[in-house]
Design a binder for this molecule. Structure first.
Ligand SMILES: *Cc1c(COP(=O)(O)O)cnc(C)c1O
Length: 397
């Protein structure tokens, strides 16, 4: 059991109150500006955030939208995706990634993941491309970019656009370039639990392509470039000025938060190794490099996701010790009830299915104290104490 000193310590999976406390004054002032102006739809606050996100991500254009889901949806709409088309993506992601494909009447075609990184496997992507493939959506899962070079090479050969689902990975880097700038378009989410979160729903599309940017600006506003002149059928996918005001303040802190997340991740990597949990095969810590490349990505740890042995009992033990945790994701997308029509079964994407059985995310948020993160480690250690070497979580390639 943990020592008496930290017996009553609580470590939530995420602590937004701890993030808000030091920012309260700045955020209230930014909100007050919007209240003063009484201008709530698009406008200067949204434009300022769009410029800031474009600069931050290293893209020419950024278009504020109503959510990460709508960022993906409008990106696919701008590419003209529709019935009869196929879009290749991962079965191990949040539902929205595949949901937007289905909503447009297109078919999500799944490609299994790399067991070490949880990200889509480029070889599987290549094997999933057909004459009907109209887009590829790699997800930069948990804060780490997908292995983009081979995906982009395969896409370029056939002229297929690539949309990065960067909802969990603002600030992540691959080959020295930031998430959202690596492909045709990038989709960000500002859902409160993302690394840059607003006070509700919000999202952003990034792109280097002026034509696509213009189309998305029209699509988010019912397809009108000028008021009441509708050249396209779009929707109401606009970002609120209030959310943009909050996000512009928070963006100034994002790099510090990413560094703190990375520092917490390094701490867990080291301590779980030291305590023998990795060597004994009880847990596998997240990999920050692609097989063969050895190059470490700049991982921003939206989640610190372990593979664990005995997950159900461990969850109960963590809860009893005041440690928050969550399973991302318990059911892979190809096994979701709404996708039964796609014809997949258990066994169709075994690497994703195994990840769904073993993954467990533990607190890694920036405001975590040194005592809190050590409490998390000690809680894990106390759970596995007395178990011998099992090797159950080792990744078989
Ligand atoms: C959060 C998330 C989304 C959707 O973003 P919302 O803002 O919640 O609509 C899409 N894809 C991934 C991978 C996500 O994590």
């Amino acid at each position: 059991m943990p020592t008496g000193r930290i017996d009553n310590m609580q470590v939530p999976l995420l602590d937004l109150k701890a993030q808000f406390a030091p920012l309260r004054g700045e955020i209230q002032a930014a909100i007050e500006d919007v209240l003063e102006a009484q201008s709530f739809i698009l406008g200067p606050k949204v434009e300022a955030l769009e410029r800031a996100i474009a600069a931050y991500s290293g893209t020419e254009h950024a278009i504020g939208v109503s959510s990460g889901t709508d960022a993906l949806l409008v990106a696919l709409m701008a590419l003209g995706i529709g019935p009869g088309d196929e879009v290749v993506t991962t079965p191990f992601s949040f539902f929205a990634t595949a949901g937007v494909i289905a909503r447009l009447g297109a078919r999500p075609v799944f490609a299994d993941i790399d067991p070490a990184t949880f990200n889509i496997d480029p070889a599987q992507v290549q094997g999933s491309i057909t004459g009907k493939t109209k887009a590829i959506i790699p997800v930069h899962l948990f804060g780490q970019c997908a292995d983009m070079d081979p995906i982009l090479a395969a896409a370029r050969k056939r002229g297929i656009p690539v949309v990065e689902d960067a909802a969990q990975s603002i600030g992540a880097e691959y080959g020295g370039r930031r998430a959202g700038s690596l492909a045709t378009m990038g989709a960000f989410s500002f859902f409160p639990s993302k690394n840059l979160g607003c006070f509700g729903d919000g999202g952003m599309v990034t792109t280097h392509d002026a034509g696509l940017a213009e189309k998305i600006r029209a699509l988010r506003h019912h397809g009108a470039k000028k008021a009441y002149d509708h050249r396209l059928v779009g929707g109401n996918f606009r970002l609120d000025a209030l959310q943009a005001a909050v996000l512009s303040v928070k963006l100034r802190y994002l790099d510090r938060w990413s560094d703190a997340r990375r520092e917490n991740a390094r701490y867990y990597d080291r301590r779980l190794q030291e305590e023998g949990l990795v060597e004994n095969g009880h847990v596998r810590t997240p990999s920050a490099a692609y097989a063969g490349s050895g190059d470490e990505n700049f991982h921003v740890y939206n989640q610190y996701t372990l593979r664990v042995e005995g997950r159900e009992a461990l969850r109960a033990h963590l809860a009893a010790s005041g440690v928050g945790c969550s399973i991302y994701y318990p059911i892979p997308l190809h096994l979701q009830a709404c996708f039964v029509g796609l014809g997949h079964r258990a066994g169709s994407f075994p690497v994703s299915e195994r990840a769904a059985e073993e993954a467990l995310s533990i607190p890694v948020y920036p405001e975590l104290t040194v005592e809190q993160r050590e409490h998390v480690v000690e809680t894990l250690v106390s759970f596995y104490r007395g178990r011998g070497r099992t090797g159950k979580t080792e990744v078989v390639r």
